[in-house]
Write a protein that binds this ligand. Structure first.
Ligand code: C2E
Ligand code: MG
Ligand code: MG
Ligand code: MG
Length: 288
């Protein structure tokens, strides 16, 4: 009897859903002070050239060191920040902090790395794209840090650009003209027409992790391989470089290299980590 009463109660209210909503609400209201208090930090994950194994740069991935909940990944708070608009100042902070970091790498290790100065990839949310200050903020941040635009790659997801009108593409086009690389992130998860790529100001395709996951089986599904091969061929014919996400094994890396992918990122090389780790990885190439 008691059991069925309990069962009925949980049909009326879902305590877990309540807890989730409370956390969501709590996190949302805590976001602005978190930015003021400096609770966000950035981890860097190396981008490795598949041809020679050298570290070419890193992607900046933001985290929140929450005073009660510990370290939270971006999936927990980026959607909330997008919803409230805090993503604009937060995204600007990520850009500023990671470009400052790129400058520091350059100053300390610029000539010592195997592949020259390390480059920096920064994720942009759709809200930042439609914010009028994007181009000017980016230019100012680069100038203040003394970093050339071609050391920066901005990553925008395929879904953010699907059906984007010219107004949304204009700031990206201006940044691209200045020499900033634009990458289409999580490529293959949306449903963009491949021909559509021609009108987008992008010069890098980042193949989504789902493709590399399909390659973990051995032997890999030949159809999966054909699809990746086709995408790489098309990308190269449009002068786009191809980066792959989520490379977890050496076998995957080798397969992707053979398929013609240019750059890779994933746990096989390194998990996202503090900036000092990148120094070591990049220097290791130079001596190794
Ligand atoms: P993303 O841009 O596609 O970043 C790659 C994600 O894959 C990262 O998750 C990274 O930690 C994870 N990853 C890397 N290598 C591997 C691997 O070998 N295996 C597996 N299973 N996962 C791997 P993370 O750090 O949780 O970031 C998630 C997403 O949050 C990012 O996806 C990006 O869209 C977004 N994000 C991160 N930082 C920012 C930011 O500063 N601004 C904005 N707007 N979005 C951000
Ligand atoms: Mg990304
Ligand atoms: Mg990605
Ligand atoms: Mg992804």
């Amino acid at each position: 009897r008691a059991k069925s009463a309990g069962g009925n109660r949980s049909e009326l209210a879902d305590p877990e859903a309540d807890a989730r909503a409370i956390t969501r609400h709590g996190l949302t209201t805590a976001l602005p002070t978190a930015l003021e208090r400096g609770e966000f930090f950035i981890e860097y994950q190396p981008l490795v050239h598949l041809g020679d194994g050298s570290v070419r740069g890193a992607e900046a991935l933001v985290r929140w060191l929450h005073p009660q909940h510990g370290v939270l990944g971006p999936d927990r708070f980026i959607p909330l920040a997008e919803h409230t608009g805090l993503i604009v100042p937060l995204g600007r902070w990520v850009l500023e902090e990671s470009i400052r970091q790129a400058r520091a790498w350059r100053e300390r290790y610029g000539e010592e790395t195997a592949a020259g100065p390390l480059r920096i990839n920064v994720n942009l949310s759709p809200c930042q794209l439609s914010h009028p200050g994007l181009v000017q903020d980016t230019v100012e941040i680069l100038e203040r840090a003394g970093v050339a635009p071609d050391a920066l790659c901005l990553e925008v997801t395929e879904s953010a650009l699907i059906g984007a009108d010219d107004d949304l593409l204009k700031p990206l086009r201006r940044l691209a003209e200045m020499g900033v690389d634009i990458a289409l992130d999580d490529f293959g998860t949306g449903y963009s027409n491949l021909a559509n790529l021609r009108r987008l100001p992008v010069n890098v395709l980042k193949l989504d992790r789902s493709f590399t996951q399909g390659m973990q089986r051995f032997p890999a599904d030949p159809v999966d391989l054909k699809i990746v091969e086709g995408i790489v061929t098309l990308a190269h014919s449009l002068d786009l470089a191809v980066t792959v996400e989520g490379v977890e094994t050496g076998a995957q890396a080798e397969q992707l290299r053979v398929l013609g992918c240019d750059t890779a990122q994933g746990w096989y090389y390194a998990r996202p980590g503090p900036p000092e780790r990148l120094h070591d990885l990049a220097l290791m190439d130079a001596t190794g």
